[in-house]
Write a protein that binds this ligand. Structure first.
Ligand code: ZN
Length: 286
C-alpha cells in the first residue's frame, strides 16, 4: 500500500509536520522492478475473483494524489504492473481536502495558530519546530475521529483566517478518466469525506460511502466494486454497509500476508510501504 510518490527534492522538503505519506520516486521504481522480476503482480480484481498463484502481489494507492498520474502511472505502465487507486471523491471534486494537510501547511507558515475547537477559539504558539510538531499532533488527534461536519466547522474558520493553503494536489476528474483508461489501473473507492468510519454514526458512514461510490460511478461510467477503509478503520457495521452497497472487496491496513486464498473479502490485509526498506521487511513476512 502506497499513497504519494515524489521526486527527491519534494521528498526532502517534507519536514515531519503533516501526514507521512510520501515515498521517493527512485525507491518506488526499484520496488516495481523487484516486483516485475521476482513476483506475480495481480490486480485487485484477479486477486479477489480468481485463484491466487504463488508469490502474488497487489499494489494499491490510497487517496488519489496528483502524482499517481504524473509519476506512478508512467512507471507501472513501463513495467506493465497492475495497480488499484482508491480515490476519495471529495479530494477530486475539491469539495473536501485532507484536514491534516491543511493544518500542517498553516502551522508551517505561521507563528500562532488560532483555531475553533469544541466550542472555543484557542490560540497555540507555534514559534519553534518542536511546538509546531506538538501542536500539529495534538490537533490532528482531536479532529481525527470527528465527523466531517464537525471537522469542517473548525476548518472553514481556519481557511477564513489563513487562506485555503492547498499545497498538495489531487487528481482532477480528467486525470481520473485518464487513469481509468489505462489497462493497468483499477479505480476503487476510499469514501467521499475520508472520515474514520468506525467512529461516526452508522447513517453518516453509509452516506459517505454511498456518495463516494455513486460519484465515481457517474464520473467513470463503471461499477465500483472495491473499497479501502480510510485510516484502515472499520467495524461490523461498516462491513455490513459494504455488503448493502454491493462492494466485492475492502482492504484494511492490518499488516500481514494472505496465505493461498483471501478468506475475508472485507478485511483484506495490506502492508504500508513508504520506502524500499518497508518493502523488504514486508517481503520477509511472506
Ligand atoms: Zn486515506
Amino acid at each position: 500500500m502506497f499513497h504519494s510518490v515524489v521526486d527527491e527534492s519534494a521528498y526532502n522538503r517534507f519536514d515531519g509536520i503533516g501526514p507521512d505519506v510520501h515515498m521517493r520516486m527512485d525507491e518506488f521504481e526499484k520496488i516495481i522492478r523487484i516486483i516485475h522480476d521476482k513476483h506475480n503482480p495481480v490486480s485487485i480484481e484477479d486477486a479477489t475473483k480468481k485463484k491466487l498463484k504463488k508469490n502474488s502481489i497487489v499494489i494499491t494507492f490510497d487517496d488519489g494524489y496528483k502524482n499517481n498520474i504524473e509519476i506512478v502511472k508512467p512507471i507501472i505502465e513501463k513495467y506493465k504492473i497492475p495497480i488499484t487507486i482508491y480515490v476519495t471523491t471529495g479530494f477530486i471534486d475539491g469539495s473536501d481536502y485532507p484536514y491534516e494537510q491543511l493544518l500542517a501547511s498553516i502551522i508551517k507558515k505561521n507563528r500562532y495558530l488560532k483555531i475553533y475547537l469544541e466550542g472555543d477559539t484557542v490560540t497555540f504558539p507555534i514559534i519553534n519546530y518542536e511546538e509546531k510538531v506538538t501542536v500539529y499532533g495534538q490537533i490532528r488527534e482531536k479532529l481525527k475521529c470527528k465527523s466531517s461536519k464537525y471537522r469542517n466547522t473548525s476548518l472553514s474558520r481556519l481557511i477564513r483566517t489563513y487562506g485555503p493553503n492547498r499545497e498538495i494536489e489531487f487528481l482532477s476528474l480528467d486525470d481520473l478518466i485518464a487513469c481509468k483508461k489505462s489497462p493497468f489501473i483499477t479505480i476503487g473507492s476510499h469514501s467521499h469525506h475520508h472520515q474514520v468510519l468506525s467512529s461516526i454514526s452508522n447513517s453518516d458512514a453509509l452516506n459517505d460511502i454511498q456518495m463516494g461510490k455513486r460519484k465515481l460511478e457517474e464520473w467513470l461510467n463503471v461499477t465500483i466494486e472495491h473499497f479501502a477503509y480510510p485510516y484502515g478503520a472499520y467495524n461490523r457495521n461498516v462491513i455490513q454497509i459494504m455488503k448493502v452497497l454491493k462492494f466485492y472487496s475492502a482492504v484494511t491496513t492490518n499488516q500481514y500476508a494472505v496465505r493461498s486464498k483471501i478468506n475475508k473479502l472485507y478485511e483484506i490485509p495490506r502492508f504500508e510501504v513508504k520506502c524500499l526498506n518497508d518493502f523488504k521487511s514486508a517481503m520477509n513476512e511472506l
